[in-house]
Design a binder for this molecule. Sequence first.
Ligand SMILES: *[C@@H]1O[C@H](CO)[C@@H](O)[C@H](O)[C@H]1NC(C)=O
Ligand SMILES: *[C@@H]1O[C@H](CO)[C@@H](O)[C@H](O)[C@H]1NC(C)=O
Ligand SMILES: *[C@@H]1O[C@H](CO)[C@@H](O)[C@H](O)[C@H]1NC(C)=O
Ligand SMILES: [Zn+2]
Length: 300
Amino acid sequence: MGRFVWGSVVLGFVLFMAVPGAFAWSKEGHVMTCKIAQSLLEAEANEAVKNLLPDYVKGDLSALCVWPDQIRHWYKYRWTSPLHFIDTPDNDCSFDYSRDCHDSHDAQDMCVAGAVQNFTSQLLHYREGTGDRRHNMTEALLFLSHFMGDVHQPMHVGFTSDEGGNTIALRWFRHKSNLHHVWDKEIIAQALKDYYEKDLSLLLEDIQRNYTDGIWSDDVPSWSHCNDLSKCVNMWAKESIQIACKWGYEGVESGMTLSDDYFESRMPYVMKRIAQGGIRLAMILNEVFGDSQEGFAAAT
Ligand SMILES: *[C@@H]1O[C@H](CO)[C@@H](O)[C@H](O)[C@H]1NC(C)=O
Ligand SMILES: *[C@@H]1O[C@H](CO)[C@@H](O)[C@H](O)[C@H]1NC(C)=O
Ligand SMILES: *[C@@H]1O[C@H](CO)[C@@H](O)[C@H](O)[C@H]1NC(C)=O
Ligand SMILES: [Zn+2]
């Protein structure tokens, strides 16, 4: 989600303190990523995930996948704010971990690619019984699940000077928006409105059909293939900046109006990134909580 304070954050926080269920307001991309992932979990991983979730979500991971966006401006969690994105050099269209994965004070690893590795490794150590007790494994699961969504949102790996498209103000059809928000939300909302009767579960089913026996089904094995997590995460971030360059920024300037042409041509990328994020999150969780963990031997 956008990296600026949402008007609703404070209110959301107050509500959360009072009513745990208020957590569950929907941020469609994250919710779908997590629903896809959970549907692909093997029994053992699903059990482990359910055990880490608080009772009130009744085993539904997606109910808490937006939590990291809700708490990022809270004092205790301010350190998590840089973990939602990566700033790459303007117009370079590349991602280099050692060059780009840092926060604005140059603290290394403080970016979404570092965070995915960090929380995966915390869960692995926990699974192996060598975890650091200071780390909260419920939070590690929620951060990992959320950041797997973020690293797949192309504009979360964007250019530095425009803050991933946040400062590129434009119109989306008739209302004001910005380029970052178009990719976070507007395209999904428009798709829901135009094609899915505003019903998120219909959209989700269509995405699921497309990776089980539709247009992406041949690609799924390559999407989820991963021997070395750090290399994979870097690759996913590279995919994002490349899509951001080619399809996000391309032809867009501040003050423009984006409408049908942009929507129709970009929607397939948004949907594919949601599918990839979900499938890869499942891959990680199955690897971490399944029987064989050789795959991620390299994670520290
Ligand atoms: C990893 O997580 C710990 C807390 O669980 C945090 O202190 C540290 O800054 C995190 N680092 C990254 C790169 O996410
Ligand atoms: C772990 O974090 C969750 C969410 O912040 C919190 O509700 C829970 O009490 C924490 N657990 C422990 C053992 O601190
Ligand atoms: C699923 O694939 C069909 C083409 O077979 C396409 O028209 C549709 O937009 C795709 N749906 C999603 C959500 O990607
Ligand atoms: Zn986020």
